[in-house]
Structures are given as structure tokens and as C-alpha cells.
Ligand binder design. Structure first.
Ligand code: LMR
Length: 397
């Protein structure tokens, strides 16, 4: 049976963790995976989370099955976070939200449900995109195409290329869009850009699928949801996958959600019934713990305020690291201007380093980055940044 089974390549991101963990060098630095580390190089346990955990511990609640679509209060809180407290689409009960196994789980639920609908069969992702988008949608049975997004010569956006490519797709294609903090480039669309994208998507009757895994890491919780809200205002139907892995520092808890904006309340009910079938036949119903904690934090005004403060301080620390990194690279005589890193948003920077330079970083300096040149700025701190900028200057010579 297994004789013809080939060895699969290592995952380009999570596989790096495996290599990093196996590396015996003490000075090693992991800038590969998208995880926020604090000043001490540790994954923080947020205070808001710790308090909610205490309440939960005291309650000693039984662990029965959750409803197939997850905790209702959690699903409602997710909607408010994404669409805004006073959102019309929430009031009109046109959104379906289901708790999911992280943001990846939400993408997969959406992919499986969309597969039952009338689409062109093509999923378009940005070039470049999160490494797993292509694999996930290919495995779900779609033909995955790229649309232009990043322009290496300016370290910025190829907006005209993006518009042309979205225009050229067959009608009713699924378009994956990073709502904020584009992964891997950190290059985001402006509100004006979004308006133009929405026009084309509407004209071509494409199906937008917004992926928002870093809400709060760009400009702020509300600001980062601007694209979601613009799509809601446009009256279109669309999909949103969201995640609390980063914003709650809750990676292993796998807490996310799939939200689908429909046209009517009645449509929403039919869509929900089908999403529940997809969930039931994949993993039956979602796990209790992580979403219970997120629900407690989001729905308790005091814990919510504390969480927002903690998220803001993570965001600010990343911005400080961006500024410091650029200053150090300049002061150390880097042979190129890295000023664009300050303009990028979220956890990542697309540094422009080549695969060969990234390999040298790993081999000679024990610094791990994704081979595309993506580094996780959220893993830099005052203790490791000198070593990182020294090494970058060296490999760029
Ligand atoms: C990343 O891009 O590094 C994160 O989203 C983690 C992952 O699952 O790839």
C-alpha cells in the first residue's frame, strides 16, 4: 500500500520550526514562523487570557459538545469585531459565523462549502501569498492562479497589475484578499485601493474571500477591519476567515471563525445549514477551551479593554523594531536602503533577501527566515537585533 508513497517536502514555514528546533547552536534566532515573541524572546501569555483562564478554572465547567457552529456568544463577538458594533449586516442578520479550527480551518470550511456552489473553479491568490493558500485551495480541488500584487523594484504594490489580473479572471472566480497586514509582504492596500478592487470584483461577479489573521497588528483593531466593512457596505456576498492565534497569542488553541455575508436572513439560514454539514463531516464540532476564553475576554468590558491594551503594546513594539532595524542597517553600512521596512504593516517584512542570502543567514549565522526573504519582525528584540542586522549586512555584501 505505502510502497509508492513519496516523501513530501517540508512545509516552507512550519518545517523551518522543525529545522530550528533541531539546530544545536545556542545563538540561533527564529525569524521564520509568524509568531509574536516579547522582549525576552518568549511567546506571551496575555494577562486578559490568564484572568479568563482563572475564571474558567474556578467554574470547573463540564466539557459537553458545543453546537456544530460553535459558541453563539463567541460567533456574535467575532461579528462585532470584524464588521463593527453597529454594523447593518449584523442587524439585518445576514451574516453566518461559525467557530473554526484557527484561520486555516476557516479557509478550509469556506473552500469546501464554495466547492458545492457555482464558481469558475478558479481561486486567485496574490503573488506572493501566504504559502499555505495555494496548497489549501489546490487540495480542496480548485485551480489556483496568481494575481500581481508585489513589485520587487519598489518594494511596494503593483496595483495596476492587480487590477488587470482581477479583470482578466473568468467571471465568478474566488479571490483571496488579505484584509490587512499582508502575509508575506507587509504591503497593504489603501482605502482608495479597496474601493477600486470592490468595483472590479462586483462587475466581474467574483467571490471575495477576505483572510484576516492579523487584526490589530497593523494600524489598530478598527482600522484593520476597514476592508471587511467596505465589502459589507458594498452589498456583495463574501467570505471572511479570521483568527485569534496572533491577536490573543493563542497559537496552539486554534481559535478562528468563518463568516459569510449573505443577501437575506433567510439565505443566511440556508447557508448556515450547509456550513454545519461541512463541519460535521470534517470534525463534527469545534473544541471548547480556546473559544470559551476568547468569548470571556471579548464579552467582558474590563478584560476586553485589557486585551486591547496588550494588543496595542505588541503592535507598538513591532513598529519600534522596524524603525530600529532600518536605523541599524543604515548605520552599519548596508549596501541598500531598507527604509521600506518601516512602511510595511503587521508581523512580517519582505526584505528582498534572496534564497541564497537566506540560506547563508541560516548556515553561517543560525538565523532562520523563510526562503522568500520574509522575516518575522515580531521575533526581533533588543537582545537579538544587533546579531540580525550584522548578519544581513554581511550576506548583502
Ligand atoms: C505564518 O505565516 O508564519 C503563520 O501564519 C503560521 C502558519 O501557519 O504558517
Amino acid at each position: 500500500l505505502f510502497t509508492p508513497v513519496e516523501m513530501a517536502p517540508r512545509d516552507p514555514i512550519l518545517g523551518l520550526n522543525e529545522a530550528f528546533n533541531a539546530d544545536p547552536r545556542k545563538e540561533k534566532i527564529n525569524l521564520g514562523v509568524g509568531v509574536y515573541f516579547d522582549e525576552d524572546g518568549k511567546i506571551p501569555l496575555l494577562k486578559a487570557v490568564a484572568r479568563a483562564e482563572e475564571f474558567r478554572q474556578q467554574a470547573m465547567a463540564p466539557r459537553g459538545y458545543l453546537p456544530i457552529e460553535g459558541i453563539a456568544a463567541y460567533d456574535n463577538a467575532v461579528q462585532k469585531l470584524l464588521f463593527g458594533q453597529d454594523s447593518d449586516v449584523i442587524q439585518q442578520q445576514r451574516i453566518v459565523t461559525a467557530q473554526s479550527i484557527g484561520g486555516t480551518g476557516a479557509l478550509k470550511l469556506g473552500a469546501d462549502f464554495l466547492k458545492t456552489l457555482d464558481t469558475s473553479g478558479i481561486v486567485a491568490i496574490s503573488n506572493p501569498s501566504w504559502e499555505n493558500h495555494r496548497a489549501l485551495f489546490t487540495n480542496a480541488g480548485y485551480e489556483v492562479q496568481d494575481y500581481r500584487y508585489y513589485e520587487p523594484s519598489t518594494n511596494g504594490l503593483d496595483f495596476l497589475g492587480m487590477l488587470e489580473d482581477l479583470q482578466a479572471l473568468p467571471p465568478s472566480s474566488v479571490v483571496i484578499l488579505h484584509a490587512c497586514c499582508h502575509n508575506p509582504t507587509g504591503v497593504d492596500l489603501t482605502v482608495e485601493n479597496w474601493h477600486e478592487i470592490i468595483k472590479i470584483i462586483q462587475t466581474k461577479q467574483h467571490i471575495p474571500f477576505l483572510d484576516i489573521a492579523y487584526q490589530g497588528f497593523g494600524q489598530g483593531i478598527e482600522e484593520d477591519a476597514a476592508a471587511v466593512r467596505l465589502f459589507a457596505e458594498s452589498g456583495m456576498v463574501f467570505f471572511v476567515s479570521s483568527s485569534f492565534s496572533k491577536s490573543f497569542s493563542f497559537y496552539g488553541e486554534r481559535v478562528g471563525a468563518l463568516s459569510i455575508v449573505t443577501q437575506t436572513t433567510e439565505e443566511a439560514q440556508r447557508v448556515l445549514s450547509q456550513v454545519k454539514r461541512v463541519i460535521r463531516t470534517n470534525y463534527s464540532n469545534p473544541p471548547t477551551h480556546g473559544a470559551t476564553i476568547v468569548n470571556m475576554v471579548l464579552n467582558n468590558p474590563e478584560l476586553n479593554a485589557l486585551w486591547q491594551e496588550e494588543l496595542a503594546s505588541m503592535r507598538k513594539r513591532i513598529q519600534q523594531m522596524r524603525t530600529l532595524m532600518v536605523q541599524q542597517l543604515k548605520n552599519k553600512g548596508a549596501n541598500k536602503d531598507f527604509g521600506f521596512i518601516i512602511e510595511q504593516h503587521g508581523m512580517f517584512s519582505y526584505t528582498g533577501l534572496t534564497a541564497a542570502q537566506v540560506e547563508r543567514l541560516r548556515e553561517e549565522f543560525a538565523i532562520y527566515a523563510v526562503s522568500t526573504g520574509r522575516i518575522c519582525v515580531a521575533a526581533l528584540n533588543m537582545k537579538n537585533i544587533d546579531a540580525v542586522t550584522d548578519a544581513i549586512v554581511e550576506v548583502c555584501k
